[in-house]
Design a protein around this ligand. Sequence first.
Ligand SMILES: Nc1ncnc2c1ncn2[C@@H]1O[C@H](COP(=O)(O)OP(=O)(O)OP(=O)(O)O)[C@@H](O)[C@H]1O
Length: 277
Amino acid sequence: MERQALLNIESVSKSYTGKAKALEGVSLTIERGQFVSIIGSSGAGKSTLLRCINRLIDPTSGRVEFDGKEVTKLGKRELRQIRRRISMVFQHYNLVYRSTAIENVLQGRLGYKSSIAGILGLYTEDEKAQAFGILDQLGLAEFAYRRCDQLSGGQKQRVGIARALVQDPLLILADEPIASLDPKSSRAIMEHLRWAADDLGIACLVNLHQVDYAIEFSDRIIGLKDGKLVFDGTPAELDAKAIADIYGTPYVKEHAVRPQGFSDAVEADVMAAAGVA
Ligand SMILES: Nc1ncnc2c1ncn2[C@@H]1O[C@H](COP(=O)(O)OP(=O)(O)OP(=O)(O)O)[C@@H](O)[C@H]1O
């Protein structure tokens, strides 16, 4: 089946005031339902790239086109509309911890409401059923009415994914969604995102520090180094040379494969020992 382009990024650059370019002439196309990981050292520009797509950050130059619309040209109102179809998942979940899981999920519907309905928290029965249904699909039905400060990190991130899904997105931007999680929870989150791509046809663009998960779960991997795109290929094409290009140091692929139970702290040591920032 031939896939259609959903997102076109053309020569996007970003300079923060007084700094070297955080992004420099990055171009790429993402297809509908495609699962793409972005890897690269700390400071390579991964977060900046994600945020230029939904214009949480305005690119200094270049063009972003999403679902046939030029995002970089949109006014406030049109931007709000387009953002409904682009969800975000964050490393630190960005939940309201004193609210319940389902209340957090329903916040994903805010972009579809008038401000007053949003402020009053007026959701339709359909929206509530949809929110509960998604929590159920993510294995969180029994936690739907529990306050988020009582949930584990993995459960909080599942609430974050449920909030992203209730937006009916065409694209999920996930900014290091597993960086704060243990290996078992990380795997579960990657599996949920992969399911969103495969079963719901939602394209996922996922920033990752864990090269092994990028290789295992992605259709395609993008490598950034110093703001430039230095790799764009399949997991099979990500060989030792490509990894060295991305991380700027000789780096053997075996280091990227994290055995079961390998903790983040141990991985950090291995990465540091391999000279990967
Ligand atoms: N708000 C900002 N103001 C100034 N400079 C910034 C800002 N945000 C990021 N930068 C700089 O832009 C560059 C790219 O940062 P970015 O956060 O996009 O990288 P990253 O690959 O996501 O890093 P990490 O993996 O550590 O999250 C870095 O040099 C960073 O210091």
